[in-house]
Design a binder for this molecule. Structure first.
Ligand SMILES: [Zn+2]
Length: 114
């Protein structure tokens, strides 16, 4: 499936729409309700986490002797996580059709555990 494209009509979604990722994400052409596929979200999250850890680790080595040396790596890591995971979502974001009935997704999620 193409990245950031509607699975129904293959219309391209804007990066901003994918980044927002709200519940009202819909295809601008065919109006099918869409959502970012879970694997794409996981990949983006892990890439962001890796970037955050690397950034915190890298900045922590050079800033440990300053007054806020313990806090700045955490701040840098958090910012890196947010920015990189958002970029990864824009790059790797794969869209799937969202099921409109909220009971469907919650019941299916619970049924798999029982
Ligand atoms: Zn469409």
């Amino acid at each position: 499936m193409a990245l950031r494209k509607c699975p129904m009509c293959l219309a391209s979604m804007s990066k901003r729409a994918v980044l927002r990722g709200t519940d009202d994400l819909a295809c601008p052409k065919c109006n099918h309700p869409l959502e970012v596929a879970s694997p794409s979200s996981y990949v983006a999250t892990w890439i962001g986490l890796a970037a955050g850890v690397l950034c915190a680790w890298g900045s922590g080595r050079s800033l440990t002797d300053t007054m806020l040396g313990w806090a700045l790596p955490v701040v840098y890591g958090t910012v890196a996580y947010g920015v990189v995971s958002a970029l990864a979502l824009v790059i790797f974001g794969d869209l799937v059709v969202r099921h409109q009935d909220p009971a469907f997704s919650t019941e299916a999620g619970h049924a798999s555990h029982h």
